[in-house]
Design a protein around this ligand. Structure first.
Ligand code: MG
Ligand code: MG
Length: 267
């Protein structure tokens, strides 16, 4: 069942989403060769608690940490460890926070030092596909419209869209209805209405869309060992249109990136 949110609830959800956004901004400053993902995880946990929030993933389905840290061929759900990041790596960082009874949940794939051109392109296309999908999240459209748009955009570049993991409704639960696949058919699936809040999160592979899972029971990685990217935003339908609750602006501030990509999704 889809749980619609009131305007007041959407504002509370914005607060939770922005705590995650700020956390990723703090982490962005620290992502560099030699740093361990476990160190970044501790920083994130401290920062989230300092905001009067609770890490959203820690203990959720028994996940052991605050951040999902998925380098290179890992797609999502990687567990932080003591292995230092290396020049040329990419690292997908997914973060959740719970405040006022509502979850925020979003993700960004960072470059560690200088990365290959084809990987830069993977990151660029994956992030662009997120906005292509968000543009379709409006009253009257359907779940399949978002998935179709993302899939088409990425497959045109020859990239693989992960099927087994999907975006989701967001609210008092981390994972609510509807499921938001990053593939699908126009006009299919549940219809979007005012007050829906979802996390849209394309997971895109440089090579095959097929996946494996490590025997830690968590880590999902590409079957062919090629890199994968993951970008995620929290979005509400307000006045019939997509309104971003999360923002990458804290990350961009930390990295010195100038971007107006989110402008069309602010009201
Ligand atoms: Mg997430
Ligand atoms: Mg999510």
């Amino acid at each position: 069942m889809i749980k619609l949110k009131t305007r007041a609830e959407i504002e509370l959800m914005r607060e939770s989403a922005l705590i995650v956004s700020k956390t990723l901004g703090v982490i962005a400053k620290e992502v560099k060769p030699g740093v361990t993902t476990l160190y970044l995880d501790k920083l994130a946990e401290e920062f989230i608690r300092d905001q009067g929030a609770i890490p959203g993933f820690l203990g959720l389905y028994d996940f052991p940490n605050t951040l999902c840290m998925s380098p290179n061929a890992q797609i999502v759900h990687g567990i932080p460890n003591n292995k230092p990041l290396q020049e040329g790596d990419i690292i997908s960082i997914d973060c959740g926070a719970l405040k006022n009874g509502f979850y925020g949940d979003h993700a960004y794939t960072f470059e560690v030092g200088e990365v290959d051109e084809e990987i830069k392109k993977l990151l660029k296309v994956t992030k662009e596909s997120l906005y292509v999908g968000i543009r379709e999240f409006r009253a009257g459209n359907r779940v399949g419209d978002v998935g179709y748009a993302i899939q088409r955009y990425c497959e045109k570049q020859g990239f693989g869209i992960v099927r087994e993991l999907v975006g989701h409704g967001l609210g008092k639960e981390m994972h609510e209805d509807p499921e938001m696949p990053n593939y699908g058919f126009r006009g299919r699936g549940k219809k979007f209405t005012e007050g829906m809040v979802v996390a849209i999160e394309p997971m895109v592979n440089l090579g095959t869309h097929q996946i494996n899972q490590l025997n830690d029971g968590w880590t999902i990685l590409t079957k062919d060992g090629k890199p994968s990217a993951h970008f995620e935003h929290d979005v509400a339908i307000v006045n019939g249109k997509p309104e971003l609750l999360s923002t990458f602006s804290y990350i961009y501030e930390a990295l010195g990136i100038v971007s107006d990509e989110e402008k069309e999704f602010r009201q």
